[in-house]
Design a protein around this ligand. Structure first.
Ligand code: S3P
Length: 435
């Protein structure tokens, strides 16, 4: 996205946060889409107000789905009502579906629309239109989908058609690809199976199960059958673990610093970051709430420490895919060399996140070696005042802002408006915690 705006981050002498974070983006995208193909009215509370989820809501409204309040209005903290009448009630949009910066919107909607009776064109911003879409288009074509993409990138022209379930062995772990194929499987004949090389977030599977879809999970094999009828949803979206991670990670940087996040999602496929924090030496306390439905949530407290370096391989990376930039930032303050490998996927996120982090951390004076599929960061290194560039990417803006807390002077983060994608109030929360 056009990252705009420069935010100044001052060095922190102390850091104490106690807060809630916006609802989980991954869960909210899926909940809105599935509610839109269910039969009946869904009520989804704590839908996040970030631009990505708003893009999904707007696309669904374009497809004729009735959503209250209308997605043209700000979503902040609101309860969203979605009137599901099955995908048969959707209509071909009269204009392109604008997915903005959101890969999840584009990939999951492609899966849904592939088996519809509609025609639609999905477009995105400059960043999204550079990202690889062949990873969903190719396997969907194996099911019979009619999708035109040039060089495997958006715009994606979809002509909905009859799909046949097949078995997909994924080449790389990706929750977006897995989900797109499972959503297509809801409208395919026979069974659609996805085999993951290593586990990724399972929000789609949990929602499908609670809504009554015929879903089987057997180790790394997930199978879905055509859904005649999905039940509507009534639930609150837990806080986004990946947003909370930035405050928790900041607190970990120094002994005496702390952060507590209430109401945060604790789905085990998202929380590997907490294990890594512990391995780095931070104190982590987790208090799950007792009355959990299908997505666990609770309170997490992190207390800082003198951090130690860690090694992260491809299996770890798949579990902390959105926290890798933050971990690289934290590694500048850890004793020893932190080595991240098997992280080539970071190059095709909202920005090339390995290049963007290497650039930003070097400007701050960190010792960084960028590799084709990872990075080595030596620490602890005192950081300096500098201007750094978020490269239009929300997670880079937040990761560099966290590193900046330990710098000797103020750091200007340019392109900081990109945080609106997932955590519009991030800089306010960071400042409120900083003493
Ligand atoms: C997401 C999956 C991940 C993640 C993204 C959200 C999802 O992407 O990086 O922020 O909601 O399924 P990949 O599937 O491309 O790894």
């Amino acid at each position: 996205m056009d990252g705009g705006l420069t935010e100044r981050v001052d060095p922190a002498r102390s850091f104490h946060a106690e807060l809630r974070v916006p609802g989980d983006k991954s869960i909210a995208h899926r909940a809105l889409m599935l509610a839109a193909i269910a039969q009946g009215e869904s009520r989804i509370d704590d839908v996040p107000d970030g631009a990505d989820v708003q893009a999904t809501a707007r696309c669904l409204a374009e497809l004729g789905v009735t959503i209250h309040p209308h997605p043209a209005l700000p979503l902040r903290g609101s309860e969203i009502h979605v009137e599901g009448r099955g995908m048969q009630a959707w209509k071909s949009p009269t204009q392109d579906l604008q997915c903005a910066n959101s890969g999840t919107t584009m990939r999951l909607l492609t899966g849904l629309l592939a088996g519809s009776a509609l025609r639609a064109t999905l477009v995105g911003d400059a960043s999204l239109q550079r990202r690889p879409m062949d990873r969903v288009v190719r396997p969907l074509r194996r099911m019979g989908a009619r999708i035109i993409a040039i060089d495997g990138q958006a715009p994606l022209h979809i002509e909905g058609t009859t799909l046949t379930g097949v078995e997909h062995q994924l080449a790389r772990p990706s929750a977006q690809v897995k989900s797109a194929l499972l959503l297509a499987g809801l409208h395919a004949s026979g069974e659609t199976t996805v085999i993951e090389p290593s586990p990724t977030r399972d929000h789609t599977e949990r929602l499908l199960r609670v809504m009554g879809a015929a879903l089987r999970v057997d180790g790394n094999r997930i199978t879905v059958r055509r859904a005649q009828r999905l039940a509507p949803l009534v639930f609150s979206v837990p806080g986004d673990f990946s947003s909370a991670a930035f405050l928790l990670g900041a607190a970990a940087l120094r002994p005496g610093w702390s952060a507590t996040v209430h109401g945060v999602g604790l789905n085990p496929s998202r929380t590997r970051f907490l294990h890594i924090l512990r391995a780095m030496g931070a104190n982590v306390a987790v208090a799950p709430y007792p009355d959990q439905l299908f997505e666990p949530a609770g309170m997490v407290t992190v207390e800082g420490a003198r951090l130690r370096a860690v090694d992260l391989d491809g299996g770890d990376v798949a579990q902390v895919i959105d926290e890798v930039p933050l971990l690289l930032a934290m590694a500048t303050q850890a004793e020893g060399a932190t080595r991240v490998t098997g992280a080539g996927e970071l190059r095709v996120k909202e920005s090339d996140r390995l290049a963007a982090m290497a650039d930003g951390l070097r400007r701050l004076g960190a010792q960084v070696e960028e590799e084709a599929d990872g990075m080595t960061v030596a620490g602890p290194t005192p950081l300096r005042a500098a201007t750094v560039d978020a490269h239009g990417d929300h997670r880079i803006a937040m990761a560099l802002a966290v590193a900046a807390l330990t710098a000797a002077g103020p750091v200007q983060v340019s392109g900081a408006a990109s945080v609106a994608v997932s955590y519009p109030g991030f800089f306010e929360a960071l400042r409120a915690a900083t003493g």
